[in-house]
Design a protein around this ligand. Structure first.
Ligand code: ADP
Ligand code: 5GP
Length: 187
């Protein structure tokens, strides 16, 4: 059986992970982006089963208790997790699976899936990160504050990752990620 590859994309909220992944998927539709479960309320335009599976805290706790999550973490007051069954079935089919997750979850993956390629996306500056979160226009002032506080901790841990990429110019960042994923075979 062909075994697929696991890729973890981490970086502070607002750095552009979702934007990068959407562009990557357009260019490489064979990549599978895992759909997480979360207790967060859907943002405008977010669709259940497409962006996330939106569940309540009791359902989340049941998944944790049953051992159904490959990793999970609390982030800015909500819980997020990766469904083990989803990742395993795609990896076993030979697919390349991408997890877009925060720092604590990425650390858990290092323990449970050491062969995963773990990439950390950095903002060009902290001010630019704040601008991007605000430009997205989907978070309350309190959520923005929490996300920026958490961003400081996350950025300090970037060195734990296999690769650090600054998301300045979008196209350049995409090419950098592609270079890491699609390493040419041969000499
Ligand atoms: P994340 O998924 O990391 O929380 P998003 O993908 O939602 O971040 O991006 C946050 C905001 O930053 C969006 O408005 C997006 O259009 C913008 N953005 C993403 N990448 C860049 C970039 N390279 N340059 C400028 N703006 C960007
Ligand atoms: P958002 O609320 O902006 O969609 O996501 C907040 C943070 O949760 C982001 O950093 C995102 O990468 C992270 N996240 C999304 N899904 C998961 C998951 O399944 N596990 C973990 N650990 N983090 C996740």
């Amino acid at each position: 059986m062909e075994i697929g590859k696991l890729i973890v994309l981490t970086g502070p909220s607002g750095v552009g992970k979702g934007t990068l992944l959407r562009a990557l998927r357009r260019r490489h539709p064979e990549l599978y982006v895992s759909i997480s479960v979360t207790t967060r309320t859907p943002r405008e335009g977010e669709v259940n089963g497409k962006h996330y599976y939106f569940i309540d805290r009791k359902q989340f706790d049941n998944l944790v208790a049953a051992g159904d999550l490959l990793e999970w973490a609390e982030f800015a007051g909500n819980c997020y997790g990766t469904l083990k069954s989803q990742v395993e079935s795609h990896i076993n089919k030979g697919d390349w699976v991408i997890l877009e997750i925060e720092l604590e979850g990425a650390r858990q993956i290092k323990q449970t899936f050491p062969e995963a390629l773990r990439i950390f996306i950095l903002p060009p500056t902290f001010d630019e990160l704040e601008k991007r979160i605000r430009a997205r226009g989907q978070d309350t002032e309190e959520a923005i504050f929490r996300r920026l506080e958490r961003a400081k901790e996350e950025i300090a841990a970037a060195g734990e990752f296999d690769l650090q990429i600054v998301n300045d110019d979008l196209e350049g960042t995409l090419e950098h990620i592609e270079g890491a994923l699609f390493v040419p075979v041969g000499c």
